[in-house]
Design a protein around this ligand. Structure first.
Ligand code: MG
Length: 162
């Protein structure tokens, strides 16, 4: 334990809500009138999570590894990006301790989907469901999330090298 190296990271992301797009959050497709706009599937929660994990390992950010100018990532399933991030960390000898995600949106309701989101992320990240915390909040109708113009997400991650 004394030589075990612990590190934390923080991630944040925003995507715009538009009509005629699917809404993906934490790797789960939700029924909603609007979806998030982006080069990939625009899963804002996974993007924040990837940045938290990369940040903990000082491995730059998601845009550095998966540039939105690269046609390879057009419409990309963000679960694949997360899997790649986990591989980048494991290449540096890091294991994932726990992660904590907060999604800020007025709608749709996130709570009914949290167990499925945890299960989805835990499988990709090869951790226990209890190591994945997903929370949701509104912003009391204030700001761009409050006006339903977009969704933001924050994430923290603890990683360690045994
Ligand atoms: Mg993003």
């Amino acid at each position: 334990m004394s030589n075990c190296k612990f590190r934390t990271g923080l991630g944040f992301d925003v995507h715009r809500l538009v009509e005629d797009r699917d809404l993906w959050l934490c790797g789960v497709k939700l029924d909603h009138t609007h979806g998030l706009l982006g080069h990939s599937d625009a899963d804002v929660a996974i993007h924040a999570l990837c940045d938290a994990l990369l940040g903990a390992a000082a491995l730059r950010d998601i845009g550095y590894h998966f540039p939105d100018s690269d046609p390879a990532y057009k419409g990309a399933d963000s679960k694949i990006l997360l899997k790649e991030v986990v591989r980048l960390l494991s290449d540096k000898g890091y294991l994932i301790g726990n992660v904590d995600i907060t999604i800020c949106t007025e709608a749709p309701k996130i709570n009914p989907h949290i167990t499925r989101m945890q299960t989805t992320l835990a499988e990709i990240m090869q951790v226990d469901i209890d190591d994945i915390s997903i929370k949701a909040t509104t912003t009391e109708r204030l700001g761009f999330t409050g006006r339903r113009e977009g969704i933001s997400a924050y994430a923290t991650a603890l990683i360690y090298r045994p």
